[in-house]
Design a protein around this ligand. Structure first.
Ligand SMILES: [Zn+2]
Length: 444
């Protein structure tokens, strides 16, 4: 009887064999983990500027950026990435190693200087990863994160990677004034009294965050008094007793860089040329039946780049792949590289089909007319009719402090142009003509 009863009471335990018990413990632990996350669901941004991406990984597009010190609500976690909720209930993802509740310390607010040789700036920490651009010897980059062989940096507003052998992480004392401004932390007394605006359209905001409302847009060369400093933002006096905030990384702290004129180059081989392939990514530009403007601006830009590189010219492309680059970033790249010329490549379209045909060269300020004329007189020899040189109020011309010209290389809604423009022979010819125009311009 006794044995029988024992056997009966043992029955449920037997049923709960070891695998089942482990499973129950596991389910219980999952519950605990979720609970813990719910209790510690706010993280603080450690990096100088943190990208918020559309998905959990560096390959996902950047949707916005948040600044150091900002607190973020974490909803979920996946592979060292946090799913976060932003103002307005937007959902994004941030790298867990760039916020403060992880064991890995982010290398915050450090500046790296490119040493020895020109460095490839890559999208991922691998020599196989695509190259976003190049940084020259002496160029400074904000360091976001250090791994043994790769350094994560901020490059033209994006997270990118440089091989650790090419970059020297600076000690705080050895920085330039601009880099120093970027490592100031918290609200601090500053002996910096003024900011100098570098680019037209620089945002002055109501709060020290990039998502706060824009109070006004500053113009290049304007000067504002600094009232205080907080998390890499300057509180500035914008007149009539009003205050605004401006990001430290978009301004100069001394007028030096405005005064230092680069010596005049006397040949195209010595020049630095920015080639800007119009549109890209979610911006197709003009649309033809089988291709978009963004495709042929890129292929033409690459042909021109190759031609220039073979001469030894320092060529910088605003994009070398099908990706979206803001107009501001395009112009900024030219300023950053002190480009001797900025050439923006486009193809046209009008509302009415077959109204116009051929090529046109645009400039904005009077002193750029010669560059436009010199390029255009070569485009006149091209395979399509030429419409001459015109003044054009384009952002990449108007906001550009470097000599800039925008060429329209044919109409995508002209039946004849359309048979020509998407061919290698046409694009090579157009690239050769622009090259010859630049060559003549710098030989003058
Ligand atoms: Zn265009």
């Amino acid at each position: 009887m006794l044995g029988n009863r024992q056997a009966k009471t043992n029955q449920p335990l037997k049923f709960l064999s070891y695998p089942i018990i482990f499973l129950l413990i596991f389910i219980f632990m999952l519950g605990v983990t979720t609970y813990a996350l719910a209790n510690e669901n706010v993280v603080k941004v450690e990096a100088n500027v943190l990208n918020v991406r559309l998905g959990p990984g560096l390959s996902h597009e950047i949707m916005t950026q948040v600044n150091e010190g900002r607190e973020l609500e974490v909803i979920a976690e996946e592979n060292e990435w946090y799913k976060i909720r932003l103002a307005g209930d937007e959902i994004g993802w941030v790298a867990s190693w760039l916020v403060d509740n992880t064991e890995i310390m982010a290398a915050t607010n450090k500046v790296g200087v490119i040493i020895n040789t020109e460095a490839n700036i890559r999208q991922e920490p691998s020599t196989e990863a695509s190259i976003l651009g190049k940084a020259g010897v002496g160029d400074e980059l904000i360091v976001l994160y250090q791994e043994s062989n790769w350094i994560q940096v901020r490059y033209l507003g994006k997270v990118a990677w440089v091989h650790s052998s090419l970059i020297d992480i600076q000690k705080d004392g050895a920085l330039t004034s601009k880099a120093n401004a970027q490592i100031q932390d918290e609200t601090s007394e500053t002996d910096l009294s003024e900011v100098f605006i570098k680019t037209n359209g620089t945002n002055i905001r109501s709060e020290p965050t990039i998502d706060s409302p824009v109070l006004k847009k500053a113009r290049a060369q304007e000067v504002y008094s600094i009232v205080s400093e907080e998390n890499n933002w300057f509180k500035i006096d914008i007149g009539n007793g009003e205050m605004g905030w401006i990001a430290s990384w978009v301004v100069n702290l001394s007028s030096e860089s405005l005064d230092t004129e680069k010596p005049q180059v006397t040949s195209l081989a010595e020049a630095t040329i920015v080639i800007d392939a119009g549109h890209g990514g979610h911006d197709p530009g003009a649309v033809a039946e089988t291709f978009n403007e963004k495709d042929i601006t890129l292929s033409t830009a690459l042909l021109l780049a190759n031609k220039l590189k073979s001469l030894g010219t320092n060529v910088i492309l605003t994009r070398d792949a099908d990706k979206y680059i803001t107009l501001n970033d395009r112009v900024y790249l030219g300023h950053l590289k002190k480009a001797d010329a900025f050439i923006s490549i486009h193809y046209d379209a009008l509302e009415t089909e077959n109204l116009m045909s051929g090529t046109t060269s645009y400039y904005y300020s009077e002193q750029e007319e010669v560059l436009a004329q010199t390029i255009n007189s070569e485009l006149e020899k091209g395979l399509l009719p030429n419409n001459g040189v015109r003044k054009g109020n384009y952002f990449v011309l108007r906001e550009n402090q470097q000599p800039s010209v925008l060429v329209e290389l044919g109409y995508l809604n002209n039946d004849y142009d359309l048979t020509v423009v998407n061919t290698l022979s046409y694009q090579q010819n157009a690239a050769n003509n622009i090259y010859q125009g630049l060559y003549n311009y710098f030989s003058q």
